[in-house]
Design a protein around this ligand. Structure first.
Ligand SMILES: O=C(O)CCC(=O)C(=O)O
Ligand SMILES: [Fe+2]
Length: 312
């Protein structure tokens, strides 16, 4: 069906392949990404080559942090929007949809391997993230190359502008975010209360890993469609900067996570991991087709403006 989120098989573009991928794979994947990003804006990647255990270790280490008492989590609160990015975000600290009454979501952000981690209270957290994040960066580089080819650009057009992913906020604001949606009470079942308000992401692309709880929905052709978790896949969606870059040829699709209707899912926690890929600080984003559809914008300045609009 045209309105479904397609699944792309990365085959020898996946991380388990060290050699240069076959040209036929690159052409096929470039084509499939191009058609997904021009329509629904989301795609599942199969055969990405990241081991499930590496992902599960992050979920487990994150859970041990998020289940700590609030008084301890508060020690790690990030000071957004003023300071650099690392740290804990509590419920309602970030409101992505202005019409939300509450957004019941917690998160922990890091921008580099040696950033601000809760080592004392969740000792496995740093190690688990530092294994997964570099793999997500490498996978992103491979995807960006396919995307550039699909747009008739030099293969390294995007990758050369994303050289410093997860190497520190002073160079690049790609963020590894571990998300935790706590259990909900009956009082949370009311209009305006959501797990994650409707929004589009800010940067180039987002790689999203979810547990098997489900709940993510994507707005396509005016209809909310579920982005059901498919084990062994990574979901990828486009951010606003990539939409600007491509003069709206690619779409930054709006998505959300509501309070589940089924009581059993409301009483369960949900976890996801978002790798928000952002261009290197200082990169100017101007439409690649030379049009004036969007004004040129600097990657970091744009991100800061979005964060200050959503953080309390
Ligand atoms: O938790 C999810 O599935 C989505 C989270 C999300 O869209 C975001 O944090 O930008
Ligand atoms: Fe998002």
């Amino acid at each position: 069906m045209a309105n479904d989120i397609p699944i792309v098989d990365l085959a020898d573009i996946g991380l388990h392949h060290l050699d240069k991928p076959r040209q036929s794979t690159v052409d096929r994947v470039a084509n499939e990404l191009n058609s997904a990003f021009s329509t629904v804006g989301f795609v599942y990647l199969r055969n990405h080559g990241i081991e499930q255990q590496t992902i599960d270790n992050v979920f487990q280490a994150s859970k041990s942090f998020f289940q700590l008492p609030d008084t301890i989590k508060d020690v790690y609160r990030c000071g957004k929007p003023d300071s650099e990015s690392d740290g804990y975000t509590g419920k309602d600290q970030e409101i992505l949809d202005v019409s939300s009454l509450h957004e019941i979501r917690e998160a922990y952000d890091v921008a580099s391997p040696d950033g601000f981690y809760p080592d004392q209270h969740a000792p496995e957290f740093r190690k688990a993230i530092n294994k997964l994040a570099p793999q997500l960066s490498e996978l992103t580089t491979r995807l960006l190359k396919c995307m550039a080819l699909a747009l008739d650009l030099e293969e390294d057009f995007f990758s050369s502008r994303h050289q410093f992913m997860f190497q520190g906020a002073e160079k690049n604001r790609t963020i590894f975010r571990s998300l935790y949606y706590p259990t909900l009470s009956d009082a949370d079942i009311q209009p305006g209360v959501v797990r994650c308000g409707a929004h589009s992401d800010y940067g180039a692309i987002t790689l999203l890993l979810q547990d098997d709880m489900g709940g993510l929905e994507v707005l396509s052709k005016g209809e909310w469609i579920p982005a059901t978790p498919i084990r062994g896949t990574i979901l990828v969606n486009l951010g606003d900067l990539m939409q600007f870059w491509t003069s709206d040829r690619y779409v930054a699709t709006v998505h959300r996570v509501l309070v589940p209707e089924e009581e059993v899912r409301r009483r369960s926690t949900r976890q996801s991991i978002a790798f928000f890929v952002h261009a290197d600080n200082g990169v100017m984003i101007s439409p690649i087709d030379g049009s004036e559809k969007h004004l040129p914008v600097e990657a970091l300045a744009y991100l800061k403006s979005r964060i200050s609009a959503t953080y309390k």
